[in-house]
Write a protein that binds this ligand. Sequence first.
Ligand code: COA
Length: 601
Amino acid sequence: CKIHRHMKCSFVLQSAYIMETVCAFLYSHSHGKPWPQPMFILENGEMCRNPTEVKMSQIVLPCHANYCGELSAGQLLKWMDSTACLSAERHAGCSCITASVDDIHFITTIGVGQVVNITAKVNRAFTSSMEVGILVSCEDLFSNRQWKVCHAFATFVARRTEAGKVQLKQVIPRTQAEQMEYSLAAERRRMRLIHAEIINDLLSSCSSQTGDERLDYQDAVPAERTRVESVELVLPPHANHQVSTFGGQIMAWMENVATISASRLCNAHPTLRSIDMFHFRGPSHIGDRLVLKAIVNNAFKKSMEVGVCAEAYQGGEPLRHINTAFMTFEVLDNDRKPCTLPRIRPEPVDGKRRFQEAIARKKIRLDRKYIISCKQSEVPLSVPWDPSNQMYLSYNNVSALKMLAARNNWVLTSEKNKVSLYTLEENQTLCFKVETHVAVAAEQVFLLLSDLRRRKAWDHHYQYVKLITDSDEDDTIYRVVTPSVTKRGKVQDFILLASRRRPCDSGDPYLIALRSVTLPSYPPTEDYNRGEVLCAGFSIWEEENTFTKISYYNQATPGVLPYISTDIAGLSSSFYCTFASCSAFLQENKESLASLPTSTL
Ligand code: COA
């Protein structure tokens, strides 16, 4: 009955909440409720607080506000950067610099007289860099209400010493939320380090597709009118004790010129909605002249993209590129609804390129929002795959598995010869986990299980497997055919994205994450029921003496549940047969030269 109820429920995927829960260390949408305390209780009952956590509270004064009486985004960025820097330095024990800040989406504005509360903590340290999670909330002192304004992830790097690069100590996650953040931080790092490369590839492919498009620019505002250039002299108050310019100060200056540029298009006061990833390419110091340039790249119906660039020089030196950012602005009417914006007429050549690239970035932003942060109930189970959203789907796939694996409330349902079946019921979802150990090296297990074509050898549910495409070395798409779930029913097929990850450091598992995607070239057909996998995969842990722990996870969907329902109900133990056969397959092939799938089609 329980299982039947689960099948009827709308299955809510953990991954849907990735961006909602990645900051689970703190934030809540609890309007009017007391803000949760950062203290947590360990399993031994001891109360403790994350040692890297730093908090800042500021009352918004008129000097922090813009012409509308709202806190300027630039000032907020400065406070966020300072808080995050102090958290990073608390962990590193030495001076740190801002390397990058991931995309920020501002949910609400903050008025004069309200209080801004900023909390930052180090989620994970790598070699010399750390990811710092930043949460910003607003507090109304009169009504005692609090609400979230934005969250962000910044990367700080410990400043090199004479001895060279600093090796940071590891962060030790102590709660389930911290464990989840720790695990996801590795995935976010991967995404940010390849971000620029991927965006450039996409932009060049999109410009070649749309380069010759003839656009009607009548009645449009010439982009030239929105061009802003402004210089700032870096003085001691703009710098830290190492005489380097604060990253937050540079972001604030960039936001200032971007706002002027946006105002020139709409002849109104624009509101900053989001900022694409900031990457500080090189340092700036006291005495630098910072040249800040901004221009509206494109105006869409209700929003506009402003490109802004910061360059530095001293004396007769050539300009040094410090940062380039893209900011999205809206103009709000009296009801806080976005107004329709005038169109823009780009300048020839470079202006047209920027105009087209802004369209491509808008698509990328929407994909990212759709795949990474929207609620699962708002999207179909399978997400369309295409090269422009590949990075986000891969991130989503692995992050969902990591989140599922980090849960600590699995219940042991059944066990046979050291193969254990666990279940987890939460938020109308049913997940299962099968755990076993093998005497095969973890890397070999990873290679053997990574290639889904070999799964036929041990899993009778995999009747036919075809490799459709290797998107890159970490991601492969397969078509898998499985038996019918009813006696005379149709067989099922699945289009699966398999995303593989090697350990980021010695304490991490190997991961193989699986989820359904849709491909226009493989539509559902009459002869097959198209099944869907929401979140599944393997986590492979290296243990002592070449012993490896394998955990297989699956968030049950109507397409998958029938294969396991009798096991979960305790009426059968087919999971045991399948995983015993998996162990035998791994043993037989422990010496074979397994390799990751390559583009063989
Ligand atoms: N986002 C996140 N981390 C990044 C990054 C980016 N865009 N680019 C580099 N890093 C990380 C690397 O992964 C590496 O981390 P690890 O040591 O944990 O593996 C770390 O930065 C250092 O990388 P390295 O290759 O040794 O140095 P680099 O030549 O790439 O320089 C900076 C990286 C950040 C030190 C350099 O770009 C810089 O000085 N930027 C200006 C920083 C600054 O002054 N900020 C304040 C405002 S001006």
